[in-house]
Write a protein that binds this ligand. Structure first.
Ligand code: UN1
Length: 512
């Protein structure tokens, strides 16, 4: 196999061990507690970083604050030019970074490269955006007055990201934040610290080439304690956090308690409705990719299949046939469809979910199980599984980050929409149908309650151009495209009097 980990690390300049924190070019902190990165692909140690302390955190924030004072003065289109250069740098290193993501996180090589492509796409988007940070102008009710609004940089943006998209989600946040004139402090997942180091190295090259201040991009490695420092820190006006609903509730509460802003992108429980008028080829392919792609570890992974009762038997049979053909194994081999889960803890959660589903009455359509033997030494490879369930089961109501698909049936479309909505989460949803009335109902105000609602495509694999995020326990945040940039800026309304008198609003008379 032509997969040479050492060569990949070398080409990304990330050989050896790394200190806990980095601001721009500087790396600092103490070599105390190690965070070791093991590949779920083969269980091997890839490298390690060190856990940051509170002092390291303080040093990072001080650098970020001073960088912000300079960066906010750089005109937005010039800030965009820096992101353009970052996009070029990513194109140059796409192959190596994609491979590292694949090896450290365990997603397929295709998906690792796809993730870097998302970074390149958001870089391009951010460049264009840098000339489009528009506010509105309003007509004043007063004579010789003018009103308009403008968007100013916010300050330090804290980014807490998850293992499953170890680089793209950071770039959605940081590239937009930088164009908006903010600086970023990034706490990546402890499960993927090296992919974060690789990103920090790439952007810091661009910053150094442009004589930009240290602290524009700060990386701080550590566990939940660093997340707590960020969430409680008044110097950080916006915290963007991606991960579990449990984590998001803590971050949201801490940031809310100090009346800061948070952008939360949390758990999903994404469903596909398969109508009796569905193109079954589309339904099957998108459901299987959605359920087993990234080993079911996307927040947009398809977890529930809501099938019309008249085609339920056919769909179950087709799903079983499709699953029988899935190849499970190293994600570095393009022939394999399903790679490993991130770690043994995730395998445990997968096992427990299956057990609980069965206790609650689930019927097996495709049985799961942990794989052993040659090629599966890491212990992280599991069989994608499918069970017939009721939507009300407790386990079906919660998100398990694993390739488990729950199938349920419905008899009329309103019932299907109700089932789709009847979970605590609200990220992604889709209907596969050729029936116009059904798809319009699904997209209407009486339809899906999710942040993402699709027709005739899967629940996962969103493009960067749209706003990404969801409702209810998904946290309500929107990042990436559309006008998601607005949360990274502060809005100011300005009223200017160019007359010689002082008329008051609402016609109030005040004289002396
Ligand atoms: C995530 O799982 O946190 O829509 C993000 C998708 C990807 C992003 C997923 N573009 O599946």
């Amino acid at each position: 196999q032509d997969f040479d980990v050492k060569a990949i690390l070398k080409s990304l300049s990330i050989e050896g061990e790394f200190l806990p924190a980095s601001t721009g070019k500087k790396w600092f902190g103490e070599k105390k507690d190690k965070i070791v990165s093991y590949s779920p692909v083969d269980g091997m140690e890839i490298g390690h970083v060190f856990q940051a302390s509170e002092e390291d955190y303080e040093a990072v924030i001080a650098e970020a604050e001073s960088a912000f004072k300079k960066w906010r003065l750089v005109p937005a289109p010039k800030r965009g030019e820096i992101i353009r250069q970052i996009g070029l740098k990513l194109r140059e290193h796409k192959d190596a970074l994609g491979k590292l993501v694949s090896y450290e996180m365990g997603k397929s090589l295709q998906e690792g490269l796809g993730e870097v492509q998302e970074m390149i796409d958001i870089a391009d988007f951010a460049v264009g955006l840098s000339r489009q940070l528009y506010g509105l102008t309003m007509h004043s009710e007063r004579e010789s007055h003018r009103m308009y609004e403008q968007y100013h940089p916010l300050g330090i943006v804290g980014i807490i990201s998850a293992f499953n998209f170890p680089v793209a989600v950071w770039s959605w946040n940081s590239f937009l934040a930088w164009v908006c004139g903010d600086v970023c402090v990034w706490k990546p997942s402890e499960k993927t610290p090296l992919s974060a180091v690789a990103c920090q190295k790439l952007v810091q090259e661009v910053f150094a080439e442009n004589n930009l201040p240290e602290g524009l991009s700060c990386l701080i490695q550590g566990d939940y304690k660093i997340g707590e420092l960020i969430s409680n820190d008044k110097r950080i006006p916006l915290v963007s956090a991606t991960g579990s609903t449990r984590m998001g509730k803590k971050v949201g509460a801490a940031v809310g308690a100090r009346l800061g802003k948070s952008l939360l992108e949390l758990g999903g429980n994404n469903a596909m409705i398969v109508s009796q008028d569905a193109n079954l080829d589309i339904a099957l392919l998108s459901a299987v990719f959605g359920a087993v792609g990234t080993a079911g570890q996307r927040c947009t992974s398809t977890r529930r299949l809501i099938v019309h009762e008249s085609i339920a038997e056919t769909v179950k049979e087709k799903i079983s046939q499709a699953y029988a053909q899935l190849k499970i194994g190293t994600p570095l081999d393009a022939d394999n469809h399903v790679g490993p889960l991130i770690d043994l803890q995730a395998v445990d959660a997968y096992n427990k979910a299956i057990e609980q589903a069965k206790q609650e009455g689930a019927k097996v359509i495709v049985e799961g199980g942990v794989l052993e033997g040659e090629g599966f030494e890491s212990g992280c490879y599991v069989k994608p599984a499918v069970y017939e369930v009721k939507n009300s089961y407790e386990i079906v109501q919660s998100e398990t980050f694993a390739p488990i698909l729950y199938v349920m049936t419905y008899s009329d479309i309103e019932e299907a929409v109700d089932m789709q909505n009847d979970v605590p989460q609200g990220l992604s949803s889709t209907i596969v149908t050729n029936n116009l009335m059904e798809s319009e109902l699904f997209l209407s105000h009486a339809g899906s309650d999710c942040g993402i609602a699709n027709v005739n495509i899967g629940t996962s694999g969103a493009e960067i151009g749209g706003a990404f995020g969801g409702e209810k326990e998904t946290g309500g945040g929107r990042e990436s495209g559309s006008d998601a940039w607005k949360i990274y800026m502060r809005r100011q309304t300005n009223t200017i009097n160019f007359g010689k008198t002082l008329p008051l609003a609402q016609g109030i008379k005040f004289d002396f």
